[in-house]
Design a protein around this ligand. Structure first.
Ligand code: PEP
Length: 247
């Protein structure tokens, strides 16, 4: 039985005061507690957010990290620094990092290994562009991203990874993949993990991401292989986010 996981990706939104207000609002709504809840906040909010979620079941996540522990890497944040702040999850390879900041599959692979070796659970994002889907090569693309991401990763640690299937054309656009299409790709991802890593495929959690809203979460979560959602826009509204958690 895989525990569902709903993770909010706040992206570059919320100052400390705004973020703390949002956390208080989230805490103010009743949650049914079935899904694991994660908020991936900007680096500047990690420390205060950790204090604000103390004594709740909300987990803290970051949105990126570097793979080295320390050194001359100006502007980067290391897994050691995240661990010190109580970070349990870290998004790795989000399409916005791939698209705007030159994140490569090789970098993603190094970051996954670094996160796992510091007991931070990576939320690894994969997904195709609209052009790739229209050319019917979306599975090829996602398979390649996965195989490169998982290259050399310790098989015993694979179950600590969460994968987020996020078709790029669905992120922040209001267009959602149909629940059947999302499930079809997520089943394919599970099979690909099975071919590479064996039975852990049945334990690893795979989320869908891309314009998830209270109106479509139930149908997505009703599908056999979808274990949760990575949520951008709707995670910035407390009531919507809690509706997603309580799907
Ligand atoms: C995301 O940022 O990972 C995402 C899925 O965004 P949105 O929910 O806004 O499409």
């Amino acid at each position: 039985m895989r525990t569902p996981i709903i993770a909010g990706n706040w992206k570059m939104n919320n100052t400390i005061n705004e973020g703390l207000k949002l956390i208080e609002e989230i805490k103010g709504f009743p949650r049914n507690g079935e899904a694991e809840t994660v908020i991936c906040v900007p680096f500047t909010l990690l420390s205060e957010a950790k204090k604000a979620i103390e004594n709740t079941d909300i987990k803290l996540g970051a949105q990126d990290m570097y793979w080295e522990e320390k050194g001359a890497f100006t502007g980067e944040i290391s897994p050691l620094m995240l661990k010190e702040l109580g970070v349990e999850y870290c998004i790795i390879g989000h399409s916005e990092r791939r698209q705007y900041f030159g994140e490569t599959d090789e970098n993603v692979n190094k970051k996954i290994k670094a996160a796992l070796s510091h007991s931070i659970r990576p939320i690894v994002c994969v997904g195709e562009t609209l052009e790739e889907r229209e050319s019917h090569i979306e599975k090829e693309i996602v398979e390649r991203q996965l195989l490169l991401a998982f290259e050399g990763v310790d098989k015993k640690k694979v179950e600590n990874i969460v994968i987020a299937y996020e078709p790029i054309w669905a992120i922040g656009t209001g267009k959602t993949a149909s629940a059947d299409d999302a499930n079809d790709m997520i089943s394919f991802i599970r099979q690909t993990i099975g071919n590479k890593c064996g039975d852990v495929k049945d334990k690893i959690r795979i989320q869908y991401g891309g314009s998830v809203k209270p109106e479509n979460i139930k149908e997505l979560m009703g599908k056999s292989d979808i274990d949760g959602a990575l949520v951008g826009g709707a995670s910035l509204d407390a009531e919507d986010f809690v509706d997603l958690i309580n799907y």
